[in-house]
Design a protein around this ligand. Sequence first.
Ligand SMILES: Nc1ncnc2c1ncn2[C@@H]1O[C@H](COP(=O)(O)OP(=O)(O)OP(=O)(O)O)[C@@H](O)[C@H]1O
Length: 329
Amino acid sequence: MDALVEIENLKAYYRAFLYGVDREVRAVDDISLTIGRGEIYGVAGESSSGKTTLIKTIAGAIRPPLRVVSGKVTFHFAGGTQDIYAMKPEQRMALRWLHLSYIMQGSMNVLNPVRRIRHSFTDFALRHMKLGRDQFFEKVATHLQRLKLDPHLLDAYPHELSGGMRQRMTIALATILTPEFIIADEPTTALDVIVQRDVLSMIREIQHEMGSSFLFVTHDMGVHATVSDRIGIIYAGRLVEEAPTRKLFDMPLHPYTQHLVASLPRIGDVQTRPSLEGRPPSLATPPEGCRFHPRCPKRMDICMQKVPPLITVEPGRRVACFAVTGDQV
Ligand SMILES: Nc1ncnc2c1ncn2[C@@H]1O[C@H](COP(=O)(O)OP(=O)(O)OP(=O)(O)O)[C@@H](O)[C@H]1O
């Protein structure tokens, strides 16, 4: 695989005062993964598992109380290879929009609610394009048409568009400079199912036509099944399984992934799906050994004592579970 982004042994903790005690919240705890050129890498996990913290840490958007304890993030963009933590803040800013862009859940965060949409395009993209205004807007119109959006919408205010249309416009904005890497954080969570389908197929088309890589974060396994090429499953700040999407759904290996896949609704279902007992642990006081062991139906003694390493069980497939790999450390 031709790597675009390499994440090695990344640890990022928050400092938090909980009940008067100074603690570390281990939100990203020793994560290593590689995002290939032109692939959609999905990250799944339940609420508070560390997905947003992982995104912030990869993008180098780190502010107290979050700090990177150790690890490395390397981008292999067209301009060369960059170690994100060795870069100055202004160098990191220079990557934004041109090489790396974001699609977030709330499109209103990006589109200025009191200005016509065309201003958002000039604010973010004009200076990077080195074009006169007329040529710039010609290019924007072509891009919108390619994404099946009417260029006249540039004269609208964001509130005049439906939620789905606004999110599509945000995606057009995030992709106008054909960035190599796009981070999408729950981009369809607030949309109804039909609109969600449109937005997902738009993301797929962009990936196909522009060859961009995506880090696509959502808790929704149904969305991952539609859009992601590979999936990394995060539980309590750790990557517990990684596999190509089809394999992950056909034969999930980790008991937590098995639960996620089994709880997806299926047409014709008459039975309710069994829920997992217990709750995810506090990341300030996670359990010893495997963090999933208190809820795991396959728990063994070793799981309470040792952290299961993420082991490659076949090419492109990794899992951190003693029940699958045995004790290989
Ligand atoms: N500013 C902060 N200070 C302390 N702890 C924090 C802070 N922000 C997040 N956390 C903690 O870090 C952990 C991971 O949070 P994060 O937001 O990354 O999870 P998430 O998987 O993105 O959740 P969600 O899907 O609900 O957004 C949680 O335990 C959360 O409480």
